[in-house]
Design a binder for this molecule. Structure first.
Ligand SMILES: C[S@@+](CC[C@H](N)C(=O)[O-])C[C@H]1O[C@@H](n2cnc3c(N)ncnc32)[C@H](O)[C@@H]1O
Length: 231
């Protein structure tokens, strides 16, 4: 399929799949969206409301994150930087069946917009080999898995899921009960799943597999998003 790198409204780049008219991130701002949906309502919510109040008191020292769609590595890069801010060890698993090519990565501007001092870590996110664990920074360990989302077999492993698949308009099969069953199983109790989607059918699919779901204000350009919790 034809792809090109485009600039979104906050100045950050993303990849567009022209045949689908679908982007890897919101055209209203790739970095803004990632910070709002995955960092603010995912990692920071979990850290402040669940980790510090319960899990850390029970002895948990690190946070594990599963990313559905590693793509450009933007969510991983922002999470690596936040781990440093929070002094929090993060084990990050990024699942991606169709890795982005290096020539596209080279056209992205995340390092120059977010942190030039972390260029080598951003490069490592992409250069590290698949199916093995790599320490990318003091606080951030990464394993990339080149598999289909349907092949995820993790059970009670993750505290947070960043659910960042392409939209239901173009990949409806990824927003179904059977996929959310896999996600529910992969999460530990008290774990949260965040996604940019706010569709009613997505919410119902999540609820039918056991999640408690809330609607939250969306990032710029989008009214709402969803956060699901495994109680
Ligand atoms: C919206 S993009 C992810 C954006 C990414 N989180 C980022 O920060 O760049 C969705 C990703 O899911 C991947 N993908 C699509 N279908 C998949 C499948 N069935 N299994 C695994 N990966 C898939 C795509 O290749 C794409 O990289």
């Amino acid at each position: 399929m034809k792809r090109k790198v485009i600039t979104t409204s906050d100045g950050s780049k993303t990849i567009q799949i022209e045949d689908w008219n679908e982007q890897y991130h919101s055209v209203h701002g790739a970095i803004q969206e990632a910070n709002h949906v995955f960092l603010k309502h995912g990692l920071l919510f979990y850290f402040q409301e669940i980790f510090k109040k319960t899990e850390n008191l029970k002895g948990q020292e690190s946070v594990s994150i599963l990313e559905i769609g590693f793509g450009t590595g933007l969510n991983a890069f922002l999470t690596l930087l936040e781990a440093e801010q929070l002094n929090l060890h993060i084990d990050y698993v990024g699942v991606e069946a169709f890795p982005v090519k290096q020539e596209e990565i080279n056209q992205l501007n995340y390092v120059s917009l977010i942190s030039k001092a972390h260029k080598s870590q951003f490069d490592l996110l992409h250069q590290s080999t698949w199916e093995s664990q790599h320490k990318i920074s003091k606080y951030f360990q990464l394993e990339k898995q080149k598999i289909d989302f349907n092949q995820i077999t993790a059970s009670n492993q993750f505290n947070i899921i960043y659910f960042d698949a392409f939209g239901a308009r173009v990949q409806p099969e990824l927003w179904t009960e059977s996929i959310f069953e896999i996600m529910y199983k992969a999460l530990r109790s008290n774990g949260v799943l965040v996604t940019y989607s706010a569709k009613g059918s997505v919410r119902r699919a999540m609820e039918s597999v056991g999640f408690t779901v809330e609607r939250l204000p969306g990032p710029p350009g989008k009214r709402e998003m969803l956060r699901a919790q495994k109680n």
